[in-house]
Structures are given as C-alpha cells and as structure tokens.
Design a protein around this ligand. Sequence first.
Ligand code: DGJ
Length: 725
Amino acid sequence: MAEVGKNGEYVLGEVIYDASNRCWVLQMEASTYCFGLNHGDSSLQHIYWGPYIDSIAASEMAYLAESISIPFESPTGLSREEYAPWGEMRYSEPSLKVEYADGTRVIEWTFEEHGVVRSEVSQTLWLRFRDRAYPLTVTLYYRIFTGHDVIERWARLENTGGSGPVTIEQALSADWRPPRRERYRLTYLYGQHVKEMQIAAAILSPGKIVLESRRGATSHQFNPWMALDPDASALEESGEVWSAALAWSGSWKIVVETTTYGDVHCTGGVNDFDFQYRLDEGARLDLPAFVGLYSNQGFGGVSRSWHAYQREHLLPEPPEAVRPVLYNSWEAVAFDVNERNQMELAEKAAELGTEVFVVDDGWFDARDHDYAGLGDWTVDPKKFPHGLNPLITRVNALGMRFGLWVEPEMVNPDSKLYRAHPDWVYHFRQRSRTEGRNQLVLNLAREDVRDWVCETLDTLLSEHNIEFIKWDMNRYVSEPGWPDDAERNPERVWLDHVRNLYWIIDELRRRHPHVAFESCAGGGGRVDLGILSRVEQVWPSDNTDALDRLLIQEGFSYAYTPRVMMCWVTDCPNFLTKRTVPLSYRFHVAMSGSLGIGGDIARWTPQELEEARGFIARYKQVRSTIQNGLLYRLHSPRKGHVAAAQYVTRDGSEVVVFVWGHSQQFGETQVTLALNGLKGDALFADAISGSTYSSAYLTHHGLPMNLVGDFDSCMVHLIRQMPAR
Ligand code: DGJ
C-alpha cells in the first residue's frame, strides 16, 4: 500500500494509507474517497467523497472531523460511519445486526488489520474488524479500478468458532455518505411489468426512503440503483451526482436516510425482511457488492461511468465485444412454435441479416399454453417430431446461431416434475401454494433441486448446438417455506436461491463457454449488477411499443449500458398499446440499444423486408458505437415532443445520432441538435448524405434535422475525416 507523501500525489487507481492519521485514501480517475479510524479503533469514520483532491488534503480532513455533543445521543451514534454494526447508542439504520448463541445482540468490534490485493487493473483494500468478546470477524472490502471512479464495496462475515452459531439478522453490504449539504434530491428507478425503469425523484427531508424488493428477485417495481444530487442542482451534463447500485438479484433493500441532524447516508444490500442467516462455527458469508461512484458531469456523466465500468469490469464479454442481431419467436407465434413455422421464420431472419435465431416459450412437452409443461424440459414431439436438431442444423446452415428459451426455476403443477416432487417448491405446511401465471417456484436453495436444474440444462446444451439461452422467470417467490429444513435455517432461502442461481449459470458457462445468456424476468424483473456479471444481455421489458420503449430505455440507460439492452422491432398495431407507428421509427428506437427482431416476419411484405434488411445492415455499421460508445442523452422523451440521443466512439472518430419525433406540432419540422463530447477541431462527414460539418458547428450551432408528421425519426452517422483539421 502506498503511503501518503511517499508515493507522489497524482497516482490514480491507487489505495494510499496514512499511518499517522490512520486513514485510507482511494485515488481514482477524477475522484477521491477517504475514511479513517479517527475515533479510536472501534469505528470507521467516513471523511471525504468527491472530486479529486490530493492525498494529503484528504487525510488532513481526518483532523477536522467534528465531534458533536447532543443530549440523548452519543458521539458514535452521531458519527458518519463507513459501516455501522448495531450496538452502543446507534439509532439510525445500521449495516449489521447479529445475535450470538448466548443471546447477546450487540456488536462491539475493534480494528485488527488491513491489506491491499493488487491486480493489473484493480486494487482491493480490505480492513478486518473483530468482535471484542465473540468469534465474529467482519472484513470490509473496497475495490477500485484504474481509469474509473467506481468503488465496489462489500463485506465478509466469518464465525471463527468457539461460541456456537451467530445468527445474522441484518447484513448490508456498505453505507455510502455524500457530503453534508443543505438538501439532497434522490433519483431512482421504479415501475411494473411492461412499465419498467421509470425515473422518479424526491427531495429528501428527515426520515427514510426505502427502495426494496421482497420478491426474491430484483423486481420490476424498483431497480437497485439510485443517485443523489445536492439541492436538485445536477442537470443532464453538469453538476455533482453520487450514485450507487447493488450487485444482487434477490430481495434487496437500499435505505436512504436523512437524520434529524442533516446527515444523509445510504446503506444497502440483501433485504433483511423475513431474513435470518445462521453462521455456523467456521462458516463465512460474503455479501454482494454495493457499488458507488461520483461524477461532477451530471446524470450523463454518471451513466457513462456506469456503462464504462460494466463494459470493462463487469460483463462476461470483452469491452469491445458487440452483441449480435437476434430474432425471437415470442410475439410472432407465442406457444404455437413448431418445426415448420420456425424453419420459415429462420429463413426470413437469415435473409434480413439476423445472427442469432431464438425459439422462445412453447417448444417443450405439454406447453401449448401457460398452464402446463414448466419443469419437463424435453422437446415436444408433436411440434418437433425429429427433435430440435433439424431446426438447429438449418439455422446454423443459414449462418445463424441457435438460441432457446428456458424458465428453469419454475414448475407448473400440471407437470411430471411436480407430480414426482411436490416438495421441491417453496411452501409452508398447512398453507396454500399461491400460483402466479399458473406456476410455482422451485426451491433452488435445496442442493438436490440446484443440481437437478444444472444437470437438466447441461443435458439440453450437450445434446444440441445451442449458443444462446434466454433465462426467464415469470413470477416472484411467495410462501418462502422449506418445512424439511425447519431445524436448520429455512429463512436462508432468500439468499441461497440467488447464490444457487448464480452457481448454476457460472457452472453452465464453465461447461459450455460458447453459450451466451440473456436474463429475463417477464421483461426487466431481473436487471442488476449481480446478474450482469454473468449474462451478456437482458430483456428490459415485454412492452415492445416503440414510444413506450423510449421511456423505458431512457431509465434503463441511467444505470445500464445500451450494449446489454435487447430491443426488438415488432408488429403493429402493437399487441399491448394497439399503437401503429412506422417501421422506420420502430427500427430507430430498437437500434439505440442491442437490436433484435420480434415480429412475425413470415407475414411482412417484400417492401417491409427490404426496409428491414437496410436497417439491419446499417445497424451493423454503427453498433459498436452504440453498444460501446459514450452516450449523451440530448433530449429526454419525458419532455416535449422530440427525443434524441447521441453516441460517440471512445476515440471520438464516429458519432451516431438518433432523433425521434412523437408528434408534429405547430407545423414545426426543423430540429437542431447541439452535439456533445466532440473532441478538438475536426471535420465530420455524414456517412449517408455526404454533408460535412465542423465539430464547432455541431457543438455550438447544432446538427440540423427534419421531422415531418407523427412518429418520424432519423439516424445520422458522422465519421471524422482524416486528417482532422
Ligand atoms: C416473458 C418474457 O418476457 C417474454 O419475452 C416471453 O419469453 C414469455 N415470458 C414467454 O413465456
């Protein structure tokens, strides 16, 4: 670990320890984070999180930490702790609460040791605390990455043995503390099925706002992402924003608390509702990461930082990988898949330039509707008399990869699996088993169920050349019981379901490294940093109406990179909204993420197919800019009748701009878009029209576009001319 004053002040991506002030400084790309043991050895105090400052200035702040004295409070309870174990006079939301075997229910810990683990791209600082009298150690981790402002924080709990089990009642991953300001605005993402990732904001006042899921999965209702900006002062491209997101796909909670003394802190992790985890002697528990970052470039800056981190350090694919254009059968034929119609769709999909062909729900035994079949993962011989292989061979011969839909955590009561293993689902004795979409949730926390799911999918993947899996989950957990485990710790299902889900995906990826995964939970019910570290893409919503999608995709882009955002072009009128919009508008909306086709292309007219072929060819030319570039949201679809977004390659050589007009108003057809993020003095040429523009013109005057009538849209691809002027 570098020491303050010895290693220079401008080392970025560096963890620095100041022994005299007993504090640590994390120096990142454009920000600094500092905390220390300035109240003795028993509490870790937050010191600084904000724009880059030198390490000496940061560690000097350790001296300045105020010690406030207020009746009915203690200095510890009032202090700005990095991670608060419940005990002493702490009355705001703690991060950790346990009960020891003898009934003691508070923690008194003391700092033990620290260290740094370095890799080529990251540094991980760890600090270990130990309970003074009981065998519990808590290790706090901070991981930073060269070239980023992201801090991954998590904790490890370990029962070192000698005093029986430790019951963990609440174990959050980290507590984030933006600096004291007059007032903060909280921005977060909420929604429902077919209305995911809506942007909401609230001005904080004393009290708590709890964002959470108690559903056993990430949820459509709230996404585990949030941002704080002081005095609602941040704009799209300016202002300070502190943001955090959880890497967890189960029940979670983020508590944003404003104390009556004006401090804002935000602790988050696995939801403690209905939760208990028995940590036996010698056992340890690694909590999921709660990741944070700071930007002084507004919400746009925050989003670009999240995207870069996901591309470079989270996703299973390399940073420059691009997602293929995909076809999915769901909206075209629903459960009515069969060899004949899939062959026909595959021929058309290949003609269009599609690269992955995915057979969605309906391909397995008894799956003619959603009342039966889940759990029996064998190919329906009525629909595919020769199995899936003839179709897969044809799809491959057409130059496409083959993909398949599965929903492995579920079972229909009308299935061979459920008849054989009624005890394999979550349930309580003497209680109903509530069905959602006519299905029950398998108790994935059970090892036998976990192994059965893994082996069943392994067989499917081994017997077929499947290169893409869409992993769906169409209901949340209810009656989370495990009667046979009553002696042990049935409440751990909330944690173990997700850990075993991760284990299965990781294991399948290890055994079948050529298979890519998509996370879907009835649309965007399972989108988070945890699942994104093991899947290539996600399905953001079952809502494929292009206008609604703009709103969903905007919220999505606040937290997650366009690379992982699968967007289909589907038929009109839209099945959900009954809205009809031009094919070009549907393409332009879907092209602003990872493009897919979900319509019944067997019934598209030759003109529509021709148009689609053109859009797909064009998309392939610009997709690396869209999927891996820097996103600037120029006009929000939430404001006005025109929305626009711009993507710039990291080297600034290419720019893609989309503009979508929802409705023509007052006969005004001209839209001028002032572009962002263009470096230096360069000349850009429009790849389609050949028109040239200087970067100064594009930035200060703006790119002129024309939109005529309702639902007109346009994509412009600008290429920097060499040599740059
Ligand atoms: C929900 C998904 O979001 C849809 O895309 C489709 O796969 C259906 N499930 C199939 O049941």
